[in-house]
Design a protein. Structure first.
Length: 101
């Protein structure tokens, strides 16, 4: 899976970059054949934002963003949102099996 970590209006510290890579690897296990992932950190005054995008098979795109006082907290909040999205989706093999009954 191709990953891209970028920052707007600032730099991404190495520890935060490593944390983002770990989070993406963990979330990719729940996506159906992920092809790429992107994390964008943004600083706007006193607020820090993080946006996660995972692109998966069959054109599925999962997006979550969050704001907080620091980037790590924003990353954790966006991770929780994206995890809920991935948990809600029903695997395609389950949908196909339900239709055959």
């Amino acid at each position: 899976m191709k990953t891209n970590i970028t920052a707007r209006h600032g730099e991404v510290p190495d520890r935060l970059r490593e944390r983002a890579e770990i989070v993406l690897a963990r979330l990719a296990r729940f996506a159906e054949r992920p092809t790429s992932a992107q994390v964008t950190f943004d600083t706007d005054g006193p607020r820090a934002a993080a946006e996660l995008i995972i692109k998966a098979a069959r054109g599925a795109v999962h997006v979550a963003s969050a704001e907080a006082r620091d980037h790590r907290t924003a990353l954790d909040r966006a991770t929780a949102k994206l995890r809920r999205q991935l948990d809600k989706r029903e695997p395609s093999h389950r949908r196909a099996a339900a239709g055959k009954r």
